[in-house]
Design a protein around this ligand. Structure first.
Ligand SMILES: C[S@@+](CC[C@H](N)C(=O)[O-])C[C@H]1O[C@@H](n2cnc3c(N)ncnc32)[C@H](O)[C@@H]1O
Length: 230
């Protein structure tokens, strides 16, 4: 089974998501214990998108992160690198305009979107700064960005348990519900090597975004970073 390494070569990342696409949503629900739905609601609220606005959902996968926006009357454009994820998405939500594209070279003109968002995608790109700058380029001045990503639990004893949960429980659970358990070993490794809330906030600011702020969800298992294009 293809699995990406921590250099996050886009071909390996795409092949890994192609392989898990058909069971991606089910596995997600199981390993997040259903928390993912609350994270999606919080992302929608943080983005503050209004009916009729145009929003890019980058690394949209099967479109699960795009659905709350579409259902709120927002014109959402789901974009992803993996043809397998896009195929499942188009079948699930034929009403959504799925676009194939790489976060590092977005197939959109400058200032095309009122807001941009990325859920559980930024951690998978090989050049985080370049992706944040591409997101900035396609956002109109004054437009917003929300990044939803795994982060660092704030309560130290819980952080220890969580790290052990990730290291020990995730691969066996994934083996039970997924035919592609190596993808979930990558998930655990990529979360452990990801910057914490403050560090990611600095990366967002250094890429040119303004008014950068973050908020923790589920005690910091996930964080939402919000920013505005100057
Ligand atoms: C964990 S899934 C998240 C999917 C969806 N946003 C969600 O919340 O369920 C990560 C997605 O990032 C996509 N991805 C990884 N690297 C990418 C890149 N360079 N450009 C665009 N999409 C990418 C993968 O193909 C995959 O569909």
């Amino acid at each position: 089974m293809p699995r990406a390494a921590l250099d996050k070569d886009p071909r390996d990342v795409a092949a890994m998501f192609d392989a898990v696409a058909h069971r991606y949503d089910l596995t997600n629900d199981v390993i997040s214990l259903g928390q993912d739905r609350a994270w999606r609601r919080a992302t929608l609220a943080a983005l503050g998108a209004e009916r009729g606005e145009t929003v890019l959902d980058l690394a949209a996968g099967t479109g699960t992160s795009s659905e709350p926006l579409a259902d709120a009357g927002v014109h959402v454009v789901p974009c992803d690198l993996s043809t397998g994820m896009l195929r499942v998405g188009r079948r699930r939500r034929p009403d959504l305009p799925f676009v194939a594209g790489d976060a590092l070279h977005l197939p959109f003109a400058d200032e095309s979107f009122d807001a941009v968002t990325m859920s559980f995608g930024l951690r998978n790109v090989s050049d985080v700064d370049a992706a944040l700058r591409e997101l900035l380029r396609v956002t109109r001045p004054g437009g917003r960005m929300v990044v939803c990503e795994f982060s660092r639990p704030t309560f130290a004893p819980f952080r220890t348990v969580y790290t052990n949960y990730l290291m020990r429980a995730l691969p066996p659970v994934a083996r039970a519900v997924s035919k592609e358990p190596d993808a979930y070993v990558y998930l655990a490794e990529s979360i452990r090597s990801w910057p914490d809330q403050r560090e990611l906030g600095l990366l967002v600011r250094d890429a040119g975004w303004d008014k950068v702020a973050f908020r923790n969800l589920s005690g910091g298992i996930v964080a939402l970073h919000r920013a505005t294009r100057p």
